[in-house]
Design a protein around this ligand. Structure first.
Ligand SMILES: [Zn+2]
Length: 227
């Protein structure tokens, strides 16, 4: 599918409008906030700040890469014009953990473009807005080396190691090893991506690090790397 320039500009504009509408909104929480805008695209809120220890290096919805160039990755079937997840930059070999209790949904061992992926179906659903049905939330961690003994369908607990950060040895990883963390409610693009910042354990926009002594309320999660 070839996407024209005007479509890209429209999409970038739409993302900006969503950001603005969220700045105007108050009392954001995973349960109460409409996650999807009136046109069916995910609402972007962004992290409150970049917690340095978490390694967050590219937030959701960014339309520019760290080097200032527009975020536009062309793949065989689509053109990405905005960042659809949150990147956590960590050294290659750093552990990657499950952000919530769930079940292994899929494992991709080492795709030649983007490397390894682990997808996990969480135990909770979101109802994006009135009139839409609830859908189960799943997460995926991309550019990682999955644990060798990981199996599809396996139950995992929040904080459990599921893989390690991959070397920057595949084209879409770029120069810096990182985990691309996405939260989704279905497989289609782009309406299925949700801003992970809605779901943090400590509250919307507060990137939360796993702590075995802190319970994770239902519908919430932690960063996919120990921090
Ligand atoms: Zn990314």
């Amino acid at each position: 599918m070839k996407i024209g320039f005007s479509v890209i500009v429209t999409y970038i504009l739409a993302v900006s409008v969503f950001s603005l509408s969220l700045i105007l909104a108050s009392a954001v929480s995973a349960q109460e906030t409409s996650l999807i805008g009136s046109d069916g695209k995910p609402v972007v809120i962004g992290a409150k700040k970049k917690p340095r220890k978490s390694g967050l290096c590219l937030d959701y919805g960014k339309t520019r890469l760290g080097n200032g160039r527009p975020y536009r990755v062309v793949e065989p079937t689509r053109t990405i014009t905005s960042h659809e997840g949150i990147d956590f930059c960590k050294r290659a070999g750093s552990p990657v953990i499950s952000p919530a209790d769930g079940r292994i949904r899929y494992i991709e061992w080492d795709n030649k473009t983007y490397g390894g992926v682990v997808g996990i179906t969480t135990e909770f659903s979101v109802k994006p807005r009135e009139g839409m049905s609830k859908s189960r939330v799943f997460v995926e961690m991309v550019h990682i080396v999955p644990l060798k003994n990981l199996k599809r369908g396996q139950l995992v607990r929040a904080g459990q190691i599921v893989g390690h950060v991959q070397e920057a040895n595949r084209p879409s990883i770029g120069k810096t090893p990182h985990v691309h963390f996405a939260v989704r409610r279905c497989d289609d693009w782009p309406t299925c991506h949700l801003d992970p910042n809605f779901f943090w354990r400590d509250g919307a926009r507060k990137v939360s690090c796993f702590d075995k002594n802190k319970a994770i309320p239902k519908g919430r999660m932690v960063a996919p790397i120990p921090c």
